[in-house]
Design a protein around this ligand. Structure first.
Ligand code: ATP
Ligand code: ZN
Length: 285
């Protein structure tokens, strides 16, 4: 039977979340213990464990059919890969940072500087767009220490919380690219492989949607039902069932995670009791 191959990062920041996403899709695969490939046993899928830098190229060449990788790698390597889905992990930005004690008033301050980065293409594009002449010094790891050891004036590197910059006495002055993990595919997939990729995509979307919502159950005095319904921005209208105790009903609905705390307080103030909030595993529309 035909299978699709998905490339995921072997070790590093995207590894856990990529494998968890596949597992949350109900796909079983052996726990990786260093091998290159792991076959799933209940979906026609094989996982290839690779360095993240190699993923765009392997998907481009068709060694892997699909892959999970940071958008930053795809842009930097200028790979023409269709993005099937933006994923909610691996969020970061590519930023320029300078020593904290240096004054910085704008991009022109970068003129004539030496900048260390692992992203020479994205940096050179930014500099060209801003008509700044600077020298790009490409290094592959520990970019953040380059100014402190006197190698360069500033750096251009991935940042998420900013704590690494802070720790190295640097301040972020320009953000040149926003990134997150994406699901990409080879452009020339056969119809049967494309169908498998789309089956996986359907599952990924169901998992993503479920993560964004909570299931809520609460008891409400009957005269407050309308008021409570107005507060709940549910998927559809809520389910209402009478409780054994007269004058009270149980109300069930699905609410967006981001509206959660605001709504809980308002519901409580409305007289709602016994509020239960449950995670949702999947949502299929
Ligand atoms: P590999 O050994 O696979 O080459 P790596 O060291 O190049 O690993 P990681 O540091 O694990 O890569 O980062 C992988 C990806 O995680 C990045 O390309 C980026 O998309 C994302 N990422 C998210 N937040 C950050 C961050 N703060 N710093 C670096 N990468 C981040
Ligand atoms: Zn890498």
């Amino acid at each position: 039977m035909e299978k699709i191959r998905i490339a995921v990062q072997k070790k590093g920041r995207l590894n856990d979340s990529s494998l968890k996403l596949i597992a949350d899709c109900g796909i079983h695969f052996p726990k990786n213990s260093g091998q290159l490939k792991s076959p799933a046993d209940n979906f026609p899928l094989e996982i290839l464990h690779l360095r993240d830098d190699d993923i765009p190229g392997y998907v481009m060449d068709g060694v892997a059919d699909i892959g999970i990788v940071g958008r930053n790698e795809i842009e930097e390597q200028r790979m023409d890969l269709p993005v099937m889905e933006n994923l909610s992990f691996g969020k970061c930005r590519l930023s320029i940072a300078v020593p904290r004690e240096k004054s910085y008033t704008g991009v022109n301050d970068l003129e004539g500087q030496i900048i260390a980065t692992s992203y020479p293409y994205l940096l050179s594009r930014f500099l060209a767009e801003n008509s700044v002449n600077a020298e790009i010094h490409e290094i592959s790891g520990s970019v953040e220490i380059a100014p402190a050891i006197g190698l360069t004036d500033s750096i251009c590197d991935l940042v998420s919380t900013g704590s690494t910059l802070l720790f190295n006495g640097l301040k972020e002055v320009e953000t040149i690219f926003h990134s997150s993990a994406v699901l990409v595919r080879n452009r020339g997939l056969s119809p049967s492989k494309l169908e498998l990729a789309n089956r996986l995509l359907l599952r990924i979307r169901a998992v993503k949607r479920a993560d964004a919502f909570k299931y809520i159950l609460l008891n409400v005095p009957d005269e407050k039902i309308d008021e409570v319904i107005n507060i709940l921005p549910g998927l559809k209208s809520p389910t209402i069932m009478p409780l054994a105790q007269k004058g009270w009903s149980s109300l069930h609905s699905v609410i967006p995670e981001e509206a959660f705390w605001d709504n809980i307080e308002r519901l409580h103030n409305c007289g709602a009791e016994g509020i239960l909030v449950l995670p949702i595993e999947k949502i299929m529309f």
